[in-house]
Design a binder for this molecule. Structure first.
Ligand code: BG6
Ligand code: MG
Length: 220
């Protein structure tokens, strides 16, 4: 049976629950600076999307038009609020089952990559103490196109010396699953099956998941 050669993990919402912090910071910005609210349902369309694209989507949602300079200021303010939230994180914030699953992956001889469009990815991994678990880190500083563009995952595969059909992408975002599929990789959705409808497999989390069960589920 073919062996998967590399696992590519999204960060926000897969390794740590920072997806919630992004929502909190964007919601505060919408409430305090733009005069409208954003729902959790609308927030699904922001997951996996870059900072500037997220702001554009929020402004379009509220029918607000701003100059490039005003947009830049708001994006910076959102990031300042977001950084305040992530600065309080500790290793206890790693999502259930992640440490054990990364260890099983390593023992199975499968390479571990990060595929995140966040520019805060490295400081977060350092803060929660798992930077060294990754053989390659592709983050917002290394890419020019956010998800759903496949660039982030294709770069990850390249750095890990794997072809796309030897890679598995782990994602909590609709845009991220699309990026993985467009890269020609198998996709594992972490979240709800009714939201992540395009994923090959959807799991609530990686708690107790084995490499063997995953291989079977993905028909590797
Ligand atoms: C993604 C998040 O991982 O990173 C998005 O899912 C976020 O919500 C994007 O907008 C960019 O992150 P940052 O930290 O560079 O603003
Ligand atoms: Mg995510």
């Amino acid at each position: 049976m073919a062996q998967p050669k590399a696992f590519l993990f999204d960060l926000d919402g897969v390794i740590v629950d920072t997806a919630h912090f992004h929502y909190q910071a964007w919601r505060r910005l919408a409430n305090e600076k733009l005069g409208f609210d954003i729902s959790e349902e609308f927030n699904e369309s922001l997951k996996g999307v870059s900072r500037t694209e997220s702001l554009d989507r929020i402004l379009a949602h509220g029918n607000v038009t701003l100059s490039p300079a005003e947009k830049e200021n708001l994006a910076t303010l959102k990031n300042d609020w977001y950084v305040e939230l992530i600065n309080k994180m500790t290793p206890d914030d790693i999502l259930p089952g992640i440490n054990a699953f990364l260890e099983k992956t390593r023992l199975a001889g499968i390479k571990i990559g990060l595929g995140s469009v966040s520019k805060n990815a490295k400081p977060i991994l350092e803060r929660i103490g798992i930077l060294s678990a990754f053989d390659a880190i592709i983050d917002g500083t290394k890419i020019t196109k956010g998800k759903p563009d496949p660039e982030v995952f294709l770069k990850g595969a390249e750095e890990l010396g794997a072809s796309p059909d030897e890679c598995v992408v782990f994602e909590d975002a609709v845009a991220g699953i699309e990026a993985g599929r467009r890269a020609g990789m198998k996709t594992v959705g972490i979240g709800q099956p009714d939201i992540l409808t395009e994923a090959d497999v959807v799991l609530a989390n990686l708690n107790n998941m084995t490499i063997e069960d995953l291989r079977k589920a993905l028909h590797f």
